[in-house]
Design a protein around this ligand. Sequence first.
Ligand code: GLN
Length: 194
Amino acid sequence: MKIGVLALQGDFAEHLAVLRRLGVEAVEVRLPGELDGLDGLIIPGGESTTIGKLAMAYGLMEPLRAFGKEKPVWGTCAGAIFLSKDARRDQPLLGLMDITVQRNAFGRQVDSFEVGLDIPALARVSKKNPPFYAVFIRAPLIESVDAPGAETLAKLDDGAIVAAQQGRLLATSFHPELNDDDRFHQYFLTLVDG
Ligand code: GLN
């Protein structure tokens, strides 16, 4: 199994570290040709406008769309925005997932926060399935999950959607690569395997 991490901007190094800790071959992706032979791709957090502009400059938009139609792709935070079909403003988006996101949805006072989330889907990789400690940094909300085949994986107490899945595509508002709980990465790998 070989997983790519889009390495244009943002915290790609942290995702690579988790994948390698799990014993998976993981490589940086900056050019279209580097998608060849990959079994899945992670798009990291960072700044979604910057990631989009760089993806355009490197000729990656269409290759990424084609890849996402065939193979598992997971976007964390800015990566989730980039995967979405609508971010309520004009910026390059892959439009692979039928979700609408709202950028920087938590306002200044709560720029960053951490919260334990119940994520039933993670029972697939962890029998006991304790809460997942999720780190949010100027995070987007998933305003709506807009396709019959798409599902909500996690919500905050107030009902705000922070993780969604559509077939082999995953979006999380938070950053599972920033703690040492690898369950979300393991979950993504089950999509790659299956
Ligand atoms: N606020 C960033 C954006 O809108 C996302 C932040 C992040 O990835 N931690 O692109």
